[in-house]
Design a binder for this molecule. Structure first.
Ligand SMILES: [Zn+2]
Length: 388
């Protein structure tokens, strides 16, 4: 199941789970006696796929940035808008001003809808706080939300999203703050599994990114990287060098960068909704797959470049823009997405011993699901064997 192949399709399948974990899966005709007398649920001719995993989101943020949408249509670039005080910095101001309760309630509302789209696990980044207190506020919001609803959550610290205004004249002092104050505090409180950096012109350069990710690694936080989104900044090579678990975006990654990632086992995460909204040249997944890299697909849900949490939409786009087959796209939002968040041993496929996370889809094939895009194809989700 771990290779590029699509995994097995079983018609008239049966899945048995106990205590939230899968104990048997196969053709219904071969169901062993003794396992067939439990409580039964009929999938009613729906297709059953592993619970979807959105391995890259910025779920907690204040406000929206709908005003920028029209400006971009008139030709303003992402960086131009950022230089005029829009972009990430305007979300930072709105997020700092929002109370924890407001952010918690917003995340809960989002997750209710996200779960209806078949998502059973989600990765959530901080990065709109950019001060020690505000970054911790965001990670605490995720911790609280995790306990209030059922979608499984993994947190990533993204203090290095952009240099905040207070440090504009001295970005190195902000890097020091991340390394000397934010990372140790977050590590001590156990608030994040991963540390991410936005490596880009106008965000963090190669040296600063490396310094932050190396420091995070020493504290047990596995690196992730926003890499090569707007230009080839050497992000893929850096991801390989620091043993990142994933590098995400990669629209401008060179062939050599792709090879370095494949050799190092870094998961490539495609974010086609962001590519679409920013009108970037799309990542060509064929290049990554040819070189032996695993390609995951996620939404990048955020108020600027990807204001939609619709993961099945991202999967349709992965087929049309990234040249992935529907089966590759599905694997990119299940098993390979699980790899991208270090959880492939427990989730990401329907296998004995894994958590009983499934998504029921009213389509007769994966091809049909992503080809005939309907916003509400998912009929039910199970997390740890439960629908509630
Ligand atoms: Zn992102």
């Amino acid at each position: 199941m771990d290779s590029q192949d699509a995994g097995e399709r079983i018609r008239r399948a049966a899945i048995v789970w106990k205590g939230g974990k899968i104990v048997w899966v196969g053709s219904e005709d071969e169901l062993p006696t003794g396992l067939d007398d439990e409580i039964e649920f009929d999938a009613n001719k729906n297709m059953v796929v592993p619970g979807l995993i959105d391995c890259h989101t910025h779920l907690a943020f204040g406000g929206w940035r709908a005003d920028e949408f029209g400006q971009r249509a008139m030709g303003a670039s992402y960086l131009e808008i950022a230089r005029k005080g829009g972009g990430i910095k305007s979300t930072v101001a709105q997020t700092r001003a929002a109370s924890s309760d407001t952010l918690v309630n917003r995340c809960l509302e989002f997750l209710k809808e996200i779960n209806k789209l078949g998502v059973t696990t989600i990765e959530c980044k901080s990065g709109y706080g950019l001060s020690t207190a505000d970054e911790i506020k965001l990670l605490n919001v995720y911790d609280k939300v995790r306990r209030l609803q059922r979608v499984r959550m993994v947190s990533t610290f993204l203090g290095a999203h952009v240099v905040p205004d207070e440090f504009e004249s001295n970005p190195d002092a902000y890097v020091d703050l991340i390394i000397e104050e934010m990372l140790p505090t977050i590590s001590e409180k156990g608030l994040a599994s991963f540390c991410d950096v936005f490596l880009e012109d106008g965000a963090f350069n190669l040296d600063r990114s490396k310094k932050i990710l190396e420091a995070a690694k020493k504290l047990g936080m596995r690196p992730k990287l926003h890499a090569d989104q707007l230009s080839d900044g050497g992000g893929a090579n850096l991801a390989a060098e620091v043993d990142a678990i994933s590098a995400d975006h990669l629209e401008h990654t060179s062939r050599e960068g792709i090879r370095a990632m494949a050799r190092a086992g870094v998961v490539a995460v495609s974010l086609p909704i962001a590519t679409l909204y920013l009108r970037q040249p799309p990542l060509n997944a064929r290049d990554f797959i040819e070189e032996g890299a695993r390609v995951a697909v996620a939404t990048d849900f955020n108020p600027g470049s990807a204001p939609s949490y619709h993961l099945p939409l991202a999967l349709t786009l992965a087929c049309t823009m990234n040249r992935m087959t529907p089966e590759e796209a599905l694997k990119g939002a299940t098993l390979f997405a699980a790899h991208a968040i270090g959880m492939s041993r427990t989730i990401g496929s329907i296998e004995i011993g894994k958590q009983a996370d499934f998504t029921l889809v009213a389509a007769d094939s994966v091809d049909q699901w992503f080809y005939h895009f309907v916003p509400t194809c998912v009929t039910q989700t199970y997390i740890n064997g439960d629908t509630l």
